[in-house]
Design a protein around this ligand. Structure first.
Ligand code: FMN
Length: 199
């Protein structure tokens, strides 16, 4: 059975532009994978803990002597990594907030980057350990940034996902959403989503 992991990082939950377009992706994916299973992580609905010293120490803690609190930190990280590993494809709704990804998505990423689990260093450089699979990023922006110096978000996403082994990243943009271009941007993004699903 095909598995899709949907990650929504808009502050606005189901009302977010990125969530709306990610939902469009999921509907189209379901149409071609009628028996497929979708797992949803929505950071407007669930708290994503930020890393602090105790959490980092927990992630490195040896099994022997590990406290219950440290085990809970590891369990959270292990679970989200297992969800990614189990998925055949991933769709991530990613708004541009203050020139970056939502802090919740960054916090989620911070719990995924684990030496020896999702990446390792070799003599020739870092190697990602996650099984590669397509990652569809739905990038929504109030302004227009694609291909410009102001768009450090796209490269960050490719850098991070590639670092842990997810190199097949497809970014679908809906830009100018606060510039009176929402209808056109949504229509273009929906066409691109349909093309990606059909590909
Ligand atoms: C807190 C906040 C920060 C934002 N920062 C930017 C920005 O730096 N550049 C930009 O083009 N749009 C910015 N926007 C506009 C959003 O990118 C735009 O509204 C987008 O559709 C949000 O996606 P969402 O509805 O899925 O949350 C910002 C919006 C918010 C709420």
């Amino acid at each position: 059975m095909a598995k899709l992991l949907q990650i929504n990082s808009s502050l606005f939950g189901e009302n977010g532009n990125s969530t709306t377009l990610a939902n469009e992706f999921v509907q189209r994916w379901k149409a071609v994978n009628p028996t497929g299973e979708v797992t949803v992580r929505d950071f407007a609905k669930e708290e994503v803990p930020h890393l602090d010293a105790a959490r980092v120490q927990a992630l490195f803690s040896p099994a022997e002597g590990r406290t219950a609190e440290q085990q809970a930190v590891l369990d959270y990280s292990d679970n989200i990594i297992a969800e990614i590993q189990a998925a055949d494809a991933i769709v991530i709704g990613v708004p541009l907030y203050n020139f970056g990804v939502p802090s919740t998505l960054k916090a989620y990423f911070d719990h995924i980057a684990r030496a020896g689990v999702t990446f390792k260093y070799t003599e020739t450089g870092p190697v990602g350990l996650l099984n590669d699979k397509p990652v569809y990023v739905i990038a929504t922006r109030g302004g227009v940034h694609k291909g410009q110096p102001s768009d450090t978000q796209s490269q960050f996403l490719k850098n991070f996902l590639g670092f842990v082994g997810l190199k097949d990243v497809h970014i679908i943009y809906a830009e100018g959403l606060n510039m009176g271009q929402k209808d056109q941007a949504f229509a273009a993004a929906k066409t691109e989503i349909a093309q990606e699903i059909a590909a």
